[in-house]
Ligand binder design. Structure first.
Ligand SMILES: [Zn+2]
Length: 345
């Protein structure tokens, strides 16, 4: 059946709903989805096993590996082994290769208490799946910087960890922001976010493909314990203060904040207390800002100044440290984590 979905003038509809794949959809690159779908879309594909795997892609429009891995997986399946409910998120931003358009909310920050267009979209998805039996939920993202690939869990339930372990032996436990899709879904079914690696790396798409293949064949969601993982806990997000000019050591520029380049290479490796993080001609509070999981300013717990050097006051494990100035401005410079032992929670 041919479906014409793009109805000009219907941009006010928060969510389009389909029960089959529109013809040719799997041939579309992420940039082309807006023209076919017209907006955020939920597609429910039925199978003998009804309880469906919820797969979300393109909540961030420029993170295309999820869609590319998913469409290749679907193209290879003459018949699905269980139902799949697909949420294709920010196709408008995807059409321009952007994470989010300037007038839009971040689609992965709308899942708790959002108002306006973002709240309406989240509510529409919630209503659409209210009566569905969900096997598990997997939200697919690319990340920035050189990181190992890893899963993100919003709580440490054995099933969430089991889903994560299918992907990697590394996982990050994140309590903030509390507006992400995975947190919303974790109340209903085992749910994780996968950070599959940087956009443009072909291995990312393959990881998605392999993961979906594994997850769709499961009879039951496996369980795992923290002891089986390299499990990290997010302590805070490191931001460069708004309006502060910054550069990285390799740039050899004379800015008020110079960040030690090369830290990108040690994402997920511990930096000892006393490690040099950068230099500044201004005070630490003028250039950097660390917010903990409760949005408190905890900069002083992590950094101290020695002359013009910014040093780490305690040991941390950085993640998603990026040298992309756009990401630093739009999101953050990096996360600080620590390693969780088996007992802590
Ligand atoms: Zn993302």
């Amino acid at each position: 059946m041919k479906v014409s979905l793009f109805t000009p003038g219907r941009f006010d509809v928060p969510l389009r709903m389909l029960s089959e794949l529109p013809e040719g959809l799997l041939d579309c690159r992420a940039e082309e989805l807006l023209a076919v779908l017209g907006g955020p879309t939920l597609i429910h594909l039925s199978a003998a096993r009804e309880s469906s795997l919820f797969v979300s892609v393109l909540l961030h429009g420029n993170e295309t590996s999820g869609w590319d891995g998913l469409r290749r997986y679907l193209a290879d399946q003459p018949e699905l082994s269980r139902g799949m409910t697909i949420f294709i998120g920010n196709v408008a931003a995807a059409s321009q290769g952007l994470r989010v358009l300037p007038d839009q909310p971040d689609f992965n920050r709308i899942w708790n208490g959002a108002t306006g267009a973002g709240g309406a979209l989240a509510q529409a998805v919630r209503s659409a799946i209210a009566d569905r039996s969900l096997f598990a939920a997997v939200d697919l993202h690319n990340n920035t910087g050189h990181n190992p690939y890893y899963a993100v869990v919003t709580d440490l339930q054995p099933e969430n960890l089991g889903l994560a372990y299918l992907f990697s032996d590394k996982a990050v436990y994140v309590r903030e922001p509390d507006t992400v899709l995975t947190r919303e879904f974790a109340r209903r079914c085992p749910a994780i976010t996968l950070e599959v690696g940087p956009v443009g790396d072909a291995r990312c798409e393959q990881r998605v493909y392999d993961y979906l293949n594994r997850a769709m064949e499961l009879d039951a969601v496996p369980t795992a314990t923290p002891a089986e993982f390299n499990l990290f806990r997010a302590l805070g997000r490191v931001h460069v203060r708004r309006g502060i000019d910054f550069s990285f050591a390799d740039d050899e520029l004379d800015t008020p904040l110079v960040l030690t380049g090369g830290v990108e290479a040690i994402n997920f490796h511990e930096l000892a207390a006393g490690s040099r993080f950068g230099t500044t001609t201004l005070g630490i509070d003028a250039v950097l800002n660390v917010l903990d999981v409760d949005h408190r300013d905890v900069t002083a717990e992590f950094f101290e100044i020695d002359g013009d050097e910014i040093l780490l006051k305690r040991s941390v494990v950085p993640a998603m440290y990026t040298t992309d100035p756009y990401v630093v401005r739009q999101d953050c410079l990096c996360y600080f984590m620590d390693r969780m032992d088996a007992e802590s929670g």
